[in-house]
Design a protein around this ligand. Sequence first.
Ligand code: AR6
Length: 179
Amino acid sequence: MGEQHAKDPHTPDLGLRFGDITTEAVDAIVNAANSSLLGGDGVDGAIHQAAGPELVEYCRGLGWCPTGEAKITPGFNLAATWVIHTVGPVWRGGTSNEAELLASCYRESLARADEVDAEHIAFPAISTGIFGYPIHAAAHVAVTTVRSTPTRVRAVRFVAFDQETWDVYADILGGTRRH
Ligand code: AR6
């Protein structure tokens, strides 16, 4: 076996942070958006607020984003260079393909990151707020999908905005470095 080339797809290091994703100084932060991409409440509202009005203007030019897909924009006033906007599924009890759609959000977000050579990215707990996806199930999808998706992203931070989210990720990530 030869030494792994730096640009070969691999599994990223996983980390956990507590707090507001808008202050994360990474190459790209992921936004839990809705299909209009024109902003909303929750983390979406916070990202638009911090990025400034240029973000919604840029998003207007992108059009609709279906559930499970992801589109990338500049970060404008954010510390992050890029924002990857993905649309998670609304929780409808678990029988409406929610898990596959949520996994697709993570895979598609990593694909957008690869397209711009983003090496450090941060994810909120997509769909677990206004869209109602139970945190245990959602965090399991998040971690297993990121672990099983080949990508050139080197480090993924899961950002927990509340204690329950932190506790669930910490449990799933186990011995993973929490930073
Ligand atoms: N930083 C990190 N995480 C946050 C932040 C923040 N600043 N603010 C909230 N969270 P949600 P969804 C957490 O509701 O469920 C919007 O209106 C939050 O505690 O933001 O995917 C969109 O436009 C939760 O753990 O997103 C859509 O219409 C997680 O982020 C809809 O909400 C996701 O909660 C999307 O709903």
